[in-house]
Design a protein around this ligand. Sequence first.
Ligand code: ZN
Ligand code: ZN
Length: 384
Amino acid sequence: MVVVQWRFHWRDLFRNIKGYIAWKVLQVALTFYSLTYNIHMSQSYVVDCLLEPIFWFVDNFAGYLGKVFVFCVTFLTTAVVVIAYWLGLPYWWERSPYMTVFLVLFGNWLLLNVAFHYYMGVTTSPGYPPDGALIAEAASICKKCISPKPPRTHHCSVCDRCVLCMDHHCPWLNNCVGYYNARYFFLYMAYMVAGVTFIIMAGFDLGYQVLWVNDNGGITHENDPELIGHPVRLNRSGVFVPVQVIAEYDADHSPRVHDLPIPVITEAQRITANPMKRKAVVFMTVMCLSVFFALGTLTILHARNISRGETSIESHINATLRKTHTKHQFRNPYNCGRIKNWKLFLGLTQGRTFLRHVLMPSPHPPNGTGLSWHTVNNAIEDWP
Ligand SMILES: [Zn+2]
Ligand SMILES: [Zn+2]
């Protein structure tokens, strides 16, 4: 008789489990590869696929979101300006009336430029290729519009049409940034950054006093306007009557108390003591600092693109071309040197000046039509 004896080995068990898991992983991988295999598969293809839902969302809802964004920008900017007047004006007036006048004038000059460039950025059409007209230098055909595309023109999927010298579609403007409104867009950003920098500098001491120095410390029992007339007991000391009442008693009973110093309440202390005003200071701090860093970075990036004679779209395309080509093979044809690039971008030709046409609101259009472009290969002498 044969006795069959089962022997249990831990090692076998682990080997079996490992084999089973490996087989399952292989099955999943095989299924995944067989479903997604594509000869063009690359890292950027995968990234494009993963971003597809975001593109879909932007394509379908950016139109509605744009209006909400424009409302938010207008509302928040107005709130910041109103608070700057509400808190800043009495604060600065107490310190120096002359300085207050200067700050009001300077601040309103910035505000005028912010409002003008934002309004123009929102309402100015970026420029579209003309329907049916002959385009002398069509660079390609738009697959979506089925019409010729002038150089530097790109198709905006949000606007669903081709845009001249397209930079990007800006939800904050609810508009495409292109040939006719790029200057407004850039100057809006620059003036907005200048504006928040101005508020941060003018309100720095006030914010510091309210949020740091005075926080629970600046208003004492002697000068708290809410406690005047109400006796208070501090820890184990005797009952203490806030100062105005002491002064009143003093007139009737004891002349000695006249010598008590009457505390001076500063505007910063008054603001700290008022919960609404204190919240407004916190709001201003958060708003101004976040706009400063976010918009400041964007302004620097756009300024770099302008210096190079590129739009945002071209900066991506050219970055790829620079990687795949040598210096001799690739050169941005629209880069005419830093100074000329800036002059063309700001429209400072035909006798226009920085003082009048950049520091002051100016509705001048850019040179040319946006349909054909001077390139560094053209004769540069006959440029405007
Ligand atoms: Zn198109
Ligand atoms: Zn657009």
